[in-house]
Ligand binder design. Structure first.
Ligand code: FAD
Length: 500
């Protein structure tokens, strides 16, 4: 054991499983070699759960995963220990009381908060003479020198063998600690009645149903919130908390391909595989730029919007009360389920950043809290991309009226989440303010729109255009400025067709 005696802590973070767990497999090997006892640990860190991007729904999902993990580790002989407290103090106490000389964890690509905590843990380990090993579990490469060649390295990591599940671990008689109902007593209430269930069993069930039946129409159905909820894998919170590894999922897809499924399956499987690769791509970006959640990637965009935007707009957007029916339906659905399909996440973000002209640092945490699957690397990259602050992707200003007609053509989704609009005819569902009888609904049961969609999009386009024009050698264009296709709408809005 490279000269280090004593017991081993395996510190679980976003890796709540025992299968294909390289860090756990490594700990088991070392323990078998030396006769060390293994202490599997999860730390509930109150200060983390007070961060503005965390929420009770995320904790509730995590807690369900911890229950399953405790059972699985218990079957191996070393059930999960749960402690609540600051990480360094918790680890220090455990190391002191249980002769721990080595901590093993996965490499976490997290927020600035977790990055700072990891630096504190590293400093403590150095001072205390404790070895801390961090083992990769995704396609993210730490201390990557050049981005060129990353894809090949990532694909090689994904194609490698699965880490063996330990057959047994020698645990230690110790108070296991409770998995708390709340991570901090004063955590804000966060009702999410349709939240996905945590735990590996639920994740495996989703993987199975996606690969055998739900996923066939994935490509076509993913864009709409009506069809996407069933046709997408819904594996995101499981990937975020690591109840399944991305390599296991990639392996299952490859196995499905060997069955030579017909029809739309080959395309669906390829699209899904691409998204698993995007996941690593965006997480790698955060690994390389830890300040992504704080600073605009394009420095010139830093003062594009006021840092403290209009509070009334922020509140209306966050609560699904903008008076733009499809935007409100998407936000309300997200608040109740903890999930939304990719296109509608993009639209929500784009409406906040362009039409409402709110800074992404105000709105990004609102979405992060609402996502059960909050994954910092994907999230902050996407938030900046949908806000026009990266300097390299072409901004897309979604038209929420067009999106409503295109992605919810029957209006069922909008009507379900905005029941106040029951009396509004289909032709006006996405533009109730144009309905001749609007006054019977607007401002009585449902808000009037807080912005003029066309005018606010135009103003945003001009501001972004100006920012880009100000720099030589860069694309001075906002290509994806959505124009509604008249034919695609039951009733084109005269205002929109004129201006957009
Ligand atoms: C503003 C914004 C914020 C987002 N924040 C998150 C987040 O916090 N956590 C998160 O997991 N996803 C995030 N996404 C990406 C995407 O919307 C979700 O991954 C997807 O909707 C999850 O559903 P699913 O598991 O059914 O996805 P599927 O379509 O079944 O895809 C499978 C997996 O691939 C990955 N993936 C899918 N789409 C993307 C993408 N565009 N970029 C990177 N990886 C992708 C996810 O891990 C996903 O679970 C965000 C997108 C936007 C526009």
């Amino acid at each position: 054991m490279s000269g280090v005696a004593g017991n081993i802590v395996i510190w679980f973070k976003r890796d709540l499983r025992i299968e294909d767990h390289p860090a756990l497999a490594h700990a088991a090997d070392l323990a078998a070699e030396t006769g060390a006892q293994v202490l599997p640990l999860y730390i509930v860190e109150p200060d983390y759960w007070r961060e503005p991007d965390t929420s009770l729904r995320q904790w509730a999902f995590t807690a369900e995963c911890l229950v399953g993990l405790r059972e699985a580790l218990g079957r191996l002989g070393a059930p999960l220990i749960v402690r609540t407290g600051e990480a360094v103090r918790t680890l220090a106490a455990l190391c002191r009381d249980h002769d721990v000389r080595r901590i093993i964890s996965h490499e976490e690509t997290g927020t600035l908060w977790t990055y700072a905590r990891d630096r504190r843990v590293a400093a403590f380990c150095r001072e205390a003479g404790i070895v801390w090993e961090e083992v990769p579990q995704t396609g993210v490469i730490r201390r990557l020198r050049r981005r060129g060649g990353w894809a090949a390295m990532r694909n090689a990591a994904m194609a490698g063998p699965l880490a063996p599940t330990p057959l047994a671990l020698q645990g230690r008689a110790i108070d296991l600690g409770l998995i708390p109902e709340k991570p901090v007593p004063d955590v804000s209430a966060d009702p999410c009645p349709r939240r996905q269930e945590g735990g590996r069993r639920a994740g495996l069930a989703l993987l199975g149903s996606f690969l055998t039946s739900r996923g066939e129409n994935y490509r076509k159905a993913m864009s709409s919130p009506v069809t996407g909820a069933a046709a997408c894998s819904r594996l995101s919170p499981h990937l975020a908390l690591g109840t399944l590894s991305s390599r296991e999922i990639a392996r299952a897809v490859a196995g499905r391909r060997l069955e030579r499924p017909m029809g739309r399956w080959p395309g669906a499987l390829s699209s899904f595989e691409s998204r698993l690769a995007w996941r690593d791509h965006f997480m790698q970006r955060l690994e390389d730029h830890p300040a992504l959640e704080r600073d605009c990637l394009d420095r010139a965009a830093e003062h594009l919007r006021p840092r403290m935007g209009d509070a009334a707009r922020l509140a209306a957007w966050s609560q699904g009360q903008t008076g733009l029916p499809f935007v409100d339906a998407c936000m309300r659905s997200l608040r109740a389920t903890g999930w939304l399909n990719y296109r509608m996440r993009s639209m929500l973000m784009a409406v906040a950043s362009y039409h409402l002209w709110l800074d992404w640092r105000q709105t990004g945490p609102v979405l992060a809290r609402a996502f059960t699957d909050y994954e910092p690397g994907i999230h902050w990259s996407q938030v900046q991309m949908q806000s026009g602050t990266t300097g390299f992707n072409v901004p897309r200003i979604y038209n929420p009226v067009k999106q409503g007609f295109d992605q919810d053509p029957t209006g069922e989704f909008t009507r379900f989440w905005c029941p106040e609009l029951a009396a509004v005819p289909d032709a006006y569902l996405q533009t109730p303010w144009e309905w001749p009888e609007a006054s019977s609904v607007l401002e009585r049961h449902y808000p009037a729109p807080i912005v003029d969609v066309a005018a606010s999009a135009r103003a945003a386009r001009d501001a972004i255009f100006g920012l880009r024009q100000g720099r030589s050698g860069e694309i001075a264009t906002v290509r994806r400025f959505e124009k509604p296709k008249k034919a695609a709408q039951p009733k084109p809005s005269s205002q929109l067709s004129l201006d957009l």
